[in-house]
Design a protein around this ligand. Structure first.
Ligand SMILES: O=c1ccn([C@H]2C[C@H](O)[C@@H](CO)O2)c(=O)[nH]1
Ligand SMILES: [Zn+2]
Length: 132
């Protein structure tokens, strides 16, 4: 799937966001190296920290479907600048995407900021740091 189609998938799933607290819907979509696409929206909770961001919902849907190698990710929100993924999502993204994988951060104005996973979270803590 190409970049623009992936962004459209993210925009479309954004309409399913469960956001009664923030009223800030976000949509995300990922492509696996095998070419499958998974999408996700943010899902909030009355206990605010339980909230799961759109990016993690998309990634976790793929993981629970047996997919763990990702090629790219798109995220979209109604923001002034292309929406930056939060720190927790950056850590999850760095667990499953290679450092050179592409992340398309976008907004509803059609702005796209394309960064690599390494640029999104440099010097990230990883599995390699656990071994001696
Ligand atoms: O990249 C982002 C940034 C924020 N949120 C969600 C979390 C919460 O539901 C709402 C406000 O922070 O937006 C995402 O899903 N992805
Ligand atoms: Zn997040």
């Amino acid at each position: 799937m190409n970049k623009q189609d992936l962004i459209e998938r993210a925009k479309s799933i954004r309409e399913k966001a469960y956001v009664p607290y923030s009223h800030f819907p976000v949509g995300a979509a990922v492509v696996t190296k095998s070419g499958k696409v998974y999408d996700g929206c943010n899902i909030e909770n009355a206990a605010y920290p339980v909230t799961c961001c759109a990016e993690r919902v998309a990634i976790f849907k793929a993981i629970s479907d047996g997919e763990s190698d990702f090629q790219s990710l798109a995220v979209v929100a109604d923001t002034k600048r292309p929406v930056p993924p939060c720190g927790s999502c950056r850590q999850v993204i760095s667990e499953f995407f290679s450092p050179d994988a592409e992340v398309y951060t976008t907004n509803l104005h059609g702005e796209v900021k394309q960064v690599t996973v390494e640029e999104l979270l440099p010097y990230s803590f990883s599995q390699d740091d656990l071994s001696d």
